[in-house]
Write a protein that binds this ligand. Structure first.
Ligand code: ADP
Ligand code: MG
Length: 280
């Protein structure tokens, strides 16, 4: 199925995505993803393209299926139907470890940081570097420092301070830095600015933009339309488990997004151009 290295141009044959050269395929593509919990149909036939180097905002009302969808991408939930493609190849994500091995990292709402541990310990939690069976503190400190500074996170006093002493924005930055430390290609964030004030929200949104500038794909769940319109290149809107609209953010305005979130449709959407396959 995989054809890495193939240079054949198959732009004329879009139906055979499995055989597109890896470089032309989107970073992540979901096709027909369906997920049920007993009688609850959480996701129905979701198609979504997530390109590298762009921020995709995932929005929807409470219960729309946002968390279930990202948990399918993170290897926590297993879809009942459909297929996930990673760089053009069909993949089965059985565990979060499978997702991490591909370069998929998730920053959850509660962050899962340990308050009593310092920044370095948190960034390497469960994946500590060792040298001759001892923890390689020097190496971990260096990587943690480099990662934070490459993301321009400069406000922390010391990387050896416990995360309990950090502000909400700094904690979020540490969680994001931890996610990018592992050569990740896709970072998924669930409401990263929900608990933050204005200045800290700004810092985190800047950080999100920098991830995309580095070439990473980013999926960000947010309820905040200001954040969405400020940071996103693309938007994907869920309504009752259906993906009702997706495309470049420039084709949407706030009212359109709210229409889709509330009713699953909108009469107002503007189109920049005819939709291309990459936009669908
Ligand atoms: N583990 C679960 N068991 C049963 N139902 C679930 C489970 N997780 C989510 N659901 C249901 O799936 C639907 C989508 O939930 P969710 O993805 O959490 O929504 P949100 O968009 O608010 O994140 C909801 O109806 C929710 O009750
Ligand atoms: Mg949720």
């Amino acid at each position: 199925m995989t054809t890495a290295g193939s240079t054949t141009d198959r732009a004329d044959d879009r139906s055979r995505v499995e055989e597109r050269p890896a470089s032309a395929a989107p970073l992540l593509e979901l096709r027909g993803i369906t997920k049920r919990f007993g009688a609850v149909q959480a996701l129905t036939d979701v198609d979504l393209v997530v390109p590298a180097g762009q921020v995709t905002a995932l929005v929807g009302d409470n219960g729309a299926g946002k968390s279930v969808l990202i948990k399918c991408i993170a290897g926590i939930h297993h879809p009942d139907g459909g297929q996930i493609y990673w760089e053009g190849r069909p993949v089965h994500l059985r565990t979060p470890r499978d997702a991490a091995a591909l370069g998929i990292e998730t920053v959850y709402q509660d962050l899962a940081l340990c308050d009593n541990l310092d920044i370095v310990q948190n960034m390497f939690l469960g994946r500590e570097k060792t040298r001759y069976t001892l923890l390689d503190e020097e190496n971990m400190e260096l990587s943690a420092r480099e990662t934070l500074s490459s993301l321009s996170v400069t406000t922390v006093r010391s990387i050896r301070q416990p995360v309990a002493s950090l502000s909400g924005g700094q904690r979020q930055a540490v969680a994001i830095a931890r996610a990018v430390l592992w050569n990740s290609k896709l970072v998924i964030m669930d409401e990263p600015t929900a608990a933050l004030g204005v200045a800290q929200t700004r810092m985190v949104l800047d950080l999100v933009r920098r991830l995309a500038q580095r070439g990473l794909g980013v999926i960000i769940i947010s309820h905040n339309m200001n954040d969405v319109f400020e940071v996103a290149d693309r938007i994907a809107i869920l309504h009752l488990g259906h993906l009702v609209a997706t495309g470049p953010i420039s084709e949407f305005d706030r009212e359109t997004v709210v229409d889709y979130m509330a009713f699953g449709r909108s009469e107002r959407r503007k189109r920049n151009s005819e939709p291309t396959v990459a936009e669908q």
